[in-house]
Design a protein around this ligand. Structure first.
Ligand code: GUN
Ligand code: FE
Length: 477
């Protein structure tokens, strides 16, 4: 970490999503990654790592001294980095602390006080540094972060992502109503000025928006006055290069509040639905990430599909704060792009792998409600965690899979291999590196991946790279 960038050759097994339903398994494969972190060659069936290097280097014009070779051990595999399409960096200290609350009381009891306290720069540094390290250690190479209302600490989050090498969307939270007076924008004009200030800062630290980009972030409709929403819609039109993130249709009381605050007479929207409120203000676009989408009507999902807006499915949060079970199959059938979000700290887990597992489980609960087709497969939840998430954040041509021209945002996954005596090879019994996944040796590759999805955790994420840079490594890798 921190060393000057070198060209790299990765050799071993590679697994990634080909389509929603299909994982591709590439064995005995070499992937060349240049100093800019871009994949420049993929060769299958090379024989072994030495032959891979021998074949690739002359073709790429690389001298051996300028190349780092990274070999996956037997049974390990490279997998695309996870994309967390919705999380609140500022809420990380509260993971697991939600009692029996539901959304609106949870915000007032737990969330607003913590977020407000992060205007203390030392506290913000401590929290943001930790959430970046933690999510990287779980294989999250790209995160769509909410920060807080405070500009300075939002900017600090962008600085820290850049320094740690995590790809990120960073949003200063816009909210000028509903929350306590100690935590809100003073006026729509003040909110817009603060948003512009944060955008300008983030663009100045990463001019090409190569790693970190600002994100327009109306917290959710109830927190934003009509004039603020209108102003953000105008800013979204002025800056078609910027993503937008918000929450939608998470909780029934929240939806009732939206109907109360934004009747059709206030927005000019035809039907007064939650979705049409964002649409009326120019915030429902193909760059918009909508977190939750639990209780949408058919007409709303159709409108989301028509606008090309994306959904961040947050099954951990939706279960923890009792919001409901989002119907992901129904959204996918309507052609809505879906990714996964941990939604910390509505969700208690920093892991997108956990979100994938919970997406599978919640889909089974939807199925138990009578729709057998609702069940999501291992292949499907991994697609949502990678390719779906990449599309949700607008980076589908850069990340989410392995192809020449894409960036090397990846994780090396290692599962425990059980030996003849029932011990896991290479680890001392009782050490943390045992992990939860035991591979006996007779499992097919799809079965190994299923075991990872249902029992894996950060102990299985041995190394993590973003844009070719090593950003996390376990000691026992
Ligand atoms: N709706 C408005 N703010 C929030 C938040 O911080 N978390 C979640 N889950 N929903 C919200
Ligand atoms: Fe959220």
């Amino acid at each position: 970490m921190g060393a000057p960038a070198k060209n790299k050759v990765f050799w071993g097994s590679f697994v990634h999503s080909k389509t929603l339903n299909e994982l591709e398994y590439l064995h005995d494969t070499a992937v060349g990654v240049d100093v800019a972190g871009r994949i420049v060659a993929i060769e299958q069936g090379v024989g072994d790592v030495a032959k891979a290097v021998e074949a690739l280097l002359p073709r790429l014009g690389w001298a051996e001294a300028d190349v780092d070779v990274v070999k996956a051990k037997d049974g390990q595999f490279f997998f695309p980095g996870f994309i967390d399409t919705h999380l609140h960096a500022s809420q990380y200290p509260n993971v697991g602390i939600f009692g029996n609350s539901t959304l609106l009381d949870w915000l007032n009891t737990y969330t607003f006080p913590l977020e407000a306290s992060l205007s203390d720069p030392a506290k913000a540094r401590k929290v943001y540094s930790r959430v970046i390290r933690k999510t990287l250690s779980h294989g999250t190479t790209c995160a769509a972060y909410y920060a807080t209302v405070d500009v300075a600490s939002t900017n600090l989050l962008a600085d820290l992502c850049l320094a740690a090498g995590q790809r990120a969307l960073v949003g200063r939270v816009c909210m000028d109503q509903l929350s306590p007076a100690y935590y809100r924008d003073e006026s729509p004009a003040a909110a817009l000025a603060a948003t512009r200030a944060s955008i300008a800062y983030i663009e100045s630290v990463d001019p090409g928006m190569k790693l970190v980009r600002p994100c327009l972030t109306p917290r959710f409709a109830p927190s934003c006055s009509g004039p603020l929403m209108r102003g953000l819609g105008a800013l979204a039109a002025e800056r078609p290069d910027l993503p937008i993130q918000t929450h939608i249709s998470e909780n029934k009381n929240e939806i009732a509040l939206v109907h109360e605050l934004f009747p059709p007479s206030a927005t000019g929207a035809a039907d007064g639905s939650y979705t049409s409120v964002y649409d009326a203000f120019g915030l429902l676009t193909d760059r918009t990430i909508l977190a939750h989408a639990v209780h949408l009507s058919d007409a709303e999902a159709d409108l989301i599909a028509a606008r090309g807006a994306k959904v961040s499915h947050c099954p951990c949060s939706n279960s923890a704060i009792t919001s409901g079970a989002a119907r992901v199959r129904w959204l996918l059938d309507k052609g809505v792009c879906c990714g996964l979000g941990t939604d910390m700290s509505g969700g208690y887990s920093p892991s997108v792998l956990e979100a994938a597992r919970l997406a599978a489980l919640v889909s089974r609960h939807v199925a138990m409600g009578g729709d057998e087709r609702a069940k999501l497969t291992v292949e499907e939840v991994l697609f949502l965690a990678t390719r779906g998430g990449a599309e949700a954040v607008g980076l589908q041509s850069e990340v989410g899979g392995f192809a020449v021209g894409m960036d090397w945002d990846a994780q090396l996954v290692g599962l425990g291999t059980v030996d003849a005596d029932g011990e896991v090879e290479g680890v001392r019994e009782g050490t943390e590196e045992d992990g939860n996944v035991d591979v006996f040796g007779w499992e097919s590759w799809p079965d190994r991946v299923a075991k990872w999805v249902y029992n894996g955790d950060d102990r299985n994420t041995k190394k993590v790279w973003v844009k070719g840079r090593l950003v996390h490594e376990r000691i026992h890798s």
